[in-house]
Design a protein around this ligand. Structure first.
Ligand code: 4AD
Ligand code: MG
Length: 431
């Protein structure tokens, strides 16, 4: 029996007969020969059809094959030094499953709206394919990092009764006779889980009704969120630094080909080594002043500010001690400077901006109650969270790493929308 194999495994079958199943990527034809570039999702290979080998009828019907037609080709694997991948297939038999009508995406330049409208097909293109392969590796690296450190995976709910990251970006939905919100972050649930399991993480989709159109914002994005009991700000900064180093190292090791296809300059990624520069909010503001940026002391950094700050360093930079006013209600304040939060943002290098937000959590019951009131949050919805400060409260810390922002940086992309298979933005919910 002829084995049916994937193109990625073709090197295991030199001189053997195999069946490949895929889609026509490209095709040329010259006299008694047809050359089909066949892709199957794992790779691309050239199949050579010689009229005398496949017979007149098959040869004729293959002349009708169009881009993205689906075919099963059986033939022998021959080594060919010139071929990409080093092998080609000498076809003996071709089964046509379907002839595709004219494919809307051609090698000519298409506008981004057109491509996004055809995202379901655009995913087949080599650059999009490469980005999604990097995405898979980034996610795998995150999971491996925490699994190897003995963390327990805890899944956070998507329907939630209250806000975690401010009420302005909440997606509200009907929940039988009441209202629910799509989660903005799994953090609060991870805090509960950390008190049960010590060190935990969640990985899942999070939702924010971001009303502005930017290159860094999606309305649905994925976050990996670790949370650790008996951990303070420096402890969680170490954890974040280690995570970023191990993600980048892993992608360089396993997805270099994809990065090169994306024309990513590898040098800045190779510099992503410990230790990262660590600066305070005040030091970051000094950098902005030097660059003559229009910035008001005390406010949060906008995307252009983050770009200026990150461009001052050759690797990701960790910024701490933001004014507590601009940070979330759950952040612990620095006892030495009570107007500052024990939080950290990690800004990726090369102007990519914030990829991680996190820090130490308020563990004192009364301070947390005051903060919930000051932020005008509905106290009843937080009763369970407040319980965590009553039953064995301990210092604890965590962070959230935005998967798409991280991929955007690692791949060197202009815009976040290509880092997720089916992006959701203020102006897009199709396909
Ligand atoms: O800084 P944020 O808002 O932090 C939190 O949500 C914390 N509760 C996380 C935690 O401590 N467990 O978001 C964390 C990260 C950002 O640094 C960014 O990478 C990403 O999530 N992010 C977005 N990514 C894409 N589109 C958006 N609209 C994003 N908003 C945040
Ligand atoms: Mg943030």
């Amino acid at each position: 029996m002829t084995p049916t194999v994937y193109i990625a495994d073709i090197a295991k079958y030199p001189g053997k007969e195999v069946t490949l199943q895929g889609w026509v990527y490209n095709k040329t034809h010259k006299g008694k020969l047809q050359f089909i570039m066949l892709r199957d999702g794992t790779g691309i290979i050239q199949a050579v059809l010689f009229k005398d080998d496949v017979g007149d009828a098959v040869f004729e019907s293959c002349l009708n094959l169009t881009q993205e037609s689906s075919v099963r080709i059986t033939g022998s694997v021959t080594e060919d030094k010139r071929a990409k991948g080093g092998f080609e297939l000498q076809a003996k038999k071709v089964d046509i499953l379907q002839i595709a009508p004219e494919y809307p995406i051609s090698p000519k330049e298409h506008g981004i709206d057109f491509l996004m409208e055809h995202r379901h097909l655009w995913l087949r293109s080599s650059l999009q394919h490469a980005i999604i392969k990097v995405r898979h590796e980034v996610i795998r690296a995150c999971r491996d990092y925490f699994d190897n450190l003995g963390f327990t995976l805890i899944d956070a709910p998507i329907f939630t009764p209250a806000a975690c990251e401010g009420t302005t970006t909440l997606f509200e939905t009907n929940y039988f006779d009441s209202k629910a919100y799509l989660t903005q972050s799994g953090q609060l649930y991870m805090e509960a889980a950390a008190m049960a399991f010590g060190k935990v993480y969640c990985f899942g989709p999070t939702f924010r009704a971001e009303k502005s159109k930017t290159r860094r914002h999606l309305t649905e994005f994925w976050m990996i969120e670790p949370e650790v009991a008996y951990c303070d700000l420096p402890c969680v900064m170490d954890l974040a630094e280690g995570l970023i180093v191990s993600i980048v190292e892993r992608v360089l090791e396993r997805k270099k080909e994809e990065l090169l296809l994306l024309e990513r300059d590898l040098a800045p990624l190779e510099r992503v080594q410990k230790p990262f520069p660590k600066i305070t909010y005040d030091q970051a503001v000094e950098l902005l002043k030097k660059a003559d940026a229009a910035f008001t002391f005390g406010s949060d950094f906008g995307a252009p500010d983050e770009t200026i700050i990150s461009q001052a360093f050759d690797r990701p930079v960790m910024v701490t001690h933001y004014p507590a006013e601009v940070k979330a209600f759950y952040m612990k304040r620095d006892p030495a400077q009570p107007d500052r939060a024990l939080g950290v943002d990690v800004l990726a290098s090369e102007g990519y901006g914030e990829i991680i937000g996190g820090g130490q959590r308020e563990d004192d019951l009364q301070s947390l109650l005051d903060r919930i009131e000051a932020h005008k949050l509905p106290a009843e919805a937080f009763n369970w969270y407040i319980d965590l400060r009553k039953f064995g409260s301990v210092p604890h810390a965590g962070f959230g790493l935005g998967i798409e922002r991280t991929i955007s940086w690692i791949c060197g992309l202009q815009h976040i929308r290509e880092t997720i298979p089916f992006p959701r933005t203020i102006s897009r919910i199709y396909p």
